[in-house]
Design a binder for this molecule. Structure first.
Ligand code: ADP
Length: 463
């Protein structure tokens, strides 16, 4: 694994290398483009101005003399000769006439054009630029003005400055390196802290948090990490609480079954009470079965991956089946089940889960209603939603309990609902299953007057 700090270093070093290369190219360009070109231009300018003194005809000694005088006072080297071969006598280095003025050059000179040359000169150990300005009369080359100028080396041009520049560059690089080192350490510190915190979380220390020190992306990451840790911790605590409640809920019926079973086995129960004791054991065993079934339903409702798919479902048919299933219980409690069902509603749903929702709600209605009352099950459509309601005229729910009744194992009257067979899981299951159908629901209830549960589930989209 390549460390992030290594990557940052690589980028910075690459950036510095490119900058240095760029500076080198730029310096070379400035030397060539400005200094050399400037020297060449001023040489040609001087040469061409001097050539205007020449009035045609033979190049006179007087002209040569004038040019010599100019040479003495000026900082450039300039000579006038009648024959280019005489140049060797004037300049302090060897001139090969044939390479200096070949056939092409001669032609250009005859046309009155100035020639410039640049080449290395051993004698000076540097580049020398030269200009040859023709002195022509009636297409005859009567002589030339020769100017040469040994170019300063780039290092000489600014020898002192170059050292200052190099020195400052070195200090600059050291300072930058130190700054970058500190900067990377500063950036990496919170990341390292985040890594440590994540490792602690991974082994179950959910109370771990990191300090948010900045408002940048790393600060935001730390904030998100803390939010994530808080919700994991909350979920973990809820899970632990749930497990504790589950084991508590299971323990009561188990201890009944075990206690009375052992008492029967050991002959501690009198003959006259045996039947009653057996009924008690069966009732508690039934409660155990119901509880485990509901726990399973809840875990399936929460775990969406285990949930079945959604498909177009004719709601009326499903509601009628639910009525058939619950009719018997209603009959036994002398409660009438009335329906007001819209026949044309089709929702996107899972049949088993819709049945589960409705059975839980109707059974609650039956459980918490007095004999002789009625429960109304209705369905209608409103805009793109199916509205399903279950209304009873039972004992109702106190207002202070309403916000809690979807919590797992929450019961309004613990002793009462336990003896009624309630586990406190029914509405949690409803809540999860409605959410699974992308629906919403709410309860309206008045103590002593009854309860109305309203569910909204999206209709299938018409194509
Ligand atoms: P339970 O299995 O105990 O009925 P639920 O989750 O279905 O659990 O309901 C939670 C609590 O809400 C119940 O204990 C009960 O007190 C109250 N409750 C639910 N439905 C009704 C209702 N239709 N009428 C009165 N109280 C209700």
């Amino acid at each position: 694994m390549k460390k992030l700090s290594t990557k940052i270093w690589t980028v910075i070093v690459a950036f510095l290398a490119i900058t240095i290369l760029f500076m080198y190219v730029l310096t070379d360009f400035l030397y060539e483009g400005l200094y050399v070109k400037d020297a060449e231009d001023s040489m040609v300018e001087v040469g061409e101005k001097l050539s205007t003194i020449y009035n045609g005809g033979k190049v006179t000694d007087e002209f040569i003399q004038k040019i010599d005088e100019y040479n003495d006072y000026s900082n450039i080297n300039v000579f006038a000769v009648r024959n280019p071969r005489e140049l060797s006598a004037c300049v302090p280095f060897d001139i090969d006439y044939d390479t200096l003025i070949g056939a092409d050059e001669r032609q250009q000179l005859l046309e009155g054009k100035t020639i410039t040359k640049k080449g290395y000169e051993k004698r000076f150990d540097r580049q020398v630029i030269s200009a040859i300005i023709p002195l022509t009369d009636q297409k005859r080359l009567e002589g030339i003005i020769y100017i040469y100028f040994p170019l300063a080396k780039i290092t000489e041009m600014a020898s002192k400055e170059v050292f200052i520049l190099l020195g400052s560059a070195a200090i600059f690089i050291v300072l930058i390196g130190f700054g970058v080192f500190k900067g990377i350490k500063h950036i990496m510190k919170p990341l390292k802290e985040l890594q440590n915190a994540a490792e602690k979380m991974a082994v179950g220390n959910y109370e771990t948090r990191v300090e948010v020190k900045s408002k940048d992306e790393i600060g935001e990451l730390a904030q998100t990490f803390n939010k994530m840790a808080t919700s994991i911790q909350r979920e973990d605590e809820a899970q632990k609480q749930f497990l504790a409640t589950v084991s508590h809920e299971l323990r009561t019926p188990i201890s009944y079954v075990k206690g009375y079973g052992e008492a029967l086995q050991n002959g501690y129960i009198e003959e006259s009470q045996r039947q009653e004791t057996l009924s008690l054991i069966v009732r508690e065993a039934n409660r155990l079965e119901k509880l485990t079934n509901e726990l399973l339903q809840l875990s399936r409702a929460v775990n969406q991956t285990e949930s079945g798919p959604l498909y177009p479902l004719p709601l009326a048919e499903t509601l009628r089946e639910v009525v058939t299933i619950t009719e018997q219980k209603a009959y036994l409690k002398s409660i009438s089940l009335r329906t007001d069902i819209d026949e044309d509603i089709i929702i996107n749903a899972n049949e088993e889960k819709i049945k589960q929702i409705m059975i839980n709600l109707i059974e609650n209605g039956l459980r918490y209603s007095k004999e002789g009352t009625e429960i109304i099950l209705s369905s209608k459509r409103k805009e793109n939603m199916a509205i399903i309601t279950v209304q009873d005229h039972g004992i109702g729910i106190p207002a202070e309990d309403l916000p809690h009744i979807t919590e797992r194992f929450y019961r309004v009257n613990k002793a009462r609902s336990r003896s009624d067979g309630g586990s406190g899981l029914g509405l949690s299951i409803v809540d999860q299953l409605v959410k699974y159908h992308k629906g919403t629901w709410h309860i309206d209830s008045e103590l002593g007057n009854g309860t109305k549960v309203t569910i909204q589930i999206p209709l299938i989209k018409e194509i």
